[in-house]
Write a protein that binds this ligand. Structure first.
Ligand code: SAH
Ligand code: SF4
Length: 346
């Protein structure tokens, strides 16, 4: 079976090529080619034809193909449906901010976590993505737009910590000097709260931003919208978050989707403030994106303002996330779902 060369660390490639009798500098050349996004071994012009043939037999290069692209009329946000070598598809979103381009990529095709407000969660799980497939989403967007991405958020389809090893590999590869060289401080990882993995990640002491999707101030509400809470309740989750902050010295960002009548009252805000008291954190409020069939509605503007006021009075910092690309359903899972429906009706 050929191996996925794009997911290999330089050190691993050196070991592999040493077995083929090739010197370390050769491995470094090949690593650079692969990480620069070549789609075939024949593009490696400084590698001999003989070695290229050996590489073709032993390895494959994975890349992402654009199946669909939606461009927002409001803010130029671009949403992509990308397919991989086996035809599996995921969504990625490219956003332009004043400080550069941010890409929101997927870590799994689908998701096992089943959050009730999330289109991806409602669609089920298909498979984990490899590290090279995460990288290839960034490359497809860069190529298509002739730009360089400077920030990455792991907030597309999938639960990053449910694909822990591949995600960690991706983080190391994307930040490597001979790779895309995007520093950890420019990366955010969002999780629904897989507690044991948060402890594990803390030990890595990475300088990335951890976002935790909280979305509720207590177990009763959270278990209703996020089944993962039945396994890892809020108390345990926040304990893991405190540990993470202590280990890494990094502030955690708590995501809170504002759902009309579900989690958006002043009493909910007060309870949330009490639970987060004294933590090095920031609260990010997101008016929920009403996904078809879920029956959830966005909270009203005045409600959100009032909710923030309660949090701020209690000493927390909170902001409302700017929603980009709202006309193209930029929140994850919706494009893939529509695409699958189209396929079926053909
Ligand atoms: N699985 C991870 C990361 C992907 S989801 C997680 O859950 O954190 C990225 C973010 O989008 C999460 O905060 C998630 O809760 C949020 N989200 C999902 N569906 C949403 C919707 N319909 N409206 C607003 N936010 C949503
Ligand atoms: Fe999965 Fe995140 Fe969607 Fe929940 S919100 S179903 S964890 S992708």
């Amino acid at each position: 079976m050929p191996k996925d060369i794009g997911s290999m660390y330089l050190s691993e490639l050196k070991e592999e090529l040493a077995l083929l009798g090739e010197p370390a500098y050769r491995a470094a050349q090949i690593y650079k080619w692969v990480q620069s996004g070549v789609k075939s071994f024949d593009e490696m012009t400084n590698v001999s034809k003989k070695l290229r043939e050996i590489l073709i037999k032993n390895y494959y290069i994975s890349f992402a193909t654009i199946e669909k692209k939606l461009i927002s009329d409001y803010d130029d946000t671009r949403k992509y449906l990308l397919s991989f070598n086996d035809g599996e598809t995921v969504e990625s979103v490219l956003m332009k901010y004043h400080h550069g381009y941010t890409s929101c990529i997927s870590t799994q095709a689908g998701c096992k976590m089943g959050c009730t407000f999330c289109a991806t969660g409602q669609g089920g799980f298909f498979r984990d993505l490899t590290a090279s497939e995460m990288l290839s989403q960034l490359r497809a967007e860069q190529e298509d737009n002739g730009i360089r991405i400077s920030n990455i958020v792991l907030m597309g389809m999938g639960e990053p910590l449910d694909n822990y090893d591949n995600v960690l590999r991706f983080l190391h590869l994307v930040s490597s000097e001979d790779g895309m060289n995007i520093g950890m401080r420019h990366i955010s990882l969002s999780t629904c709260g897989l507690v044991p993995r948060i402890y594990e990640l803390a030990e890595e002491r990475l300088q990335l931003t951890l976002s935790v999707s909280l979305h509720a101030p207590n177990d009763q509400i959270r278990s209703r919208t996020m089944p993962v809470n039945r396994k890892y309740p809020i108390g345990e989750l926040l304990k893991a978050c405190r540990y993470y902050i202590e280990k890494t010295g990094r502030r955690i960002s708590f995501e809170y989707a504002m759902i009309d009548g579900v989690n958006d009252s002043d009493a909910n805000a007060a309870e949330l403030a009490l639970r987060l008291k004294g933590m090095l954190c920031h609260v990010n409020l997101i008016p929920v994106n009403a996904v078809g069939g879920t029956g959830y509605k966005k909270s009203r503007q005045e409600r959100i303002r009032s909710f923030i006021a309660v949090l701020e009075k209690a000493g927390l910092t909170a902001t409302v996330r700017r929603t980009l690309g709202s006309d193209i359903n930029a929140s994850c899972g919706q494009l893939r779902r529509a695409y699958k429906k189209e396929e079926k009706t053909e």
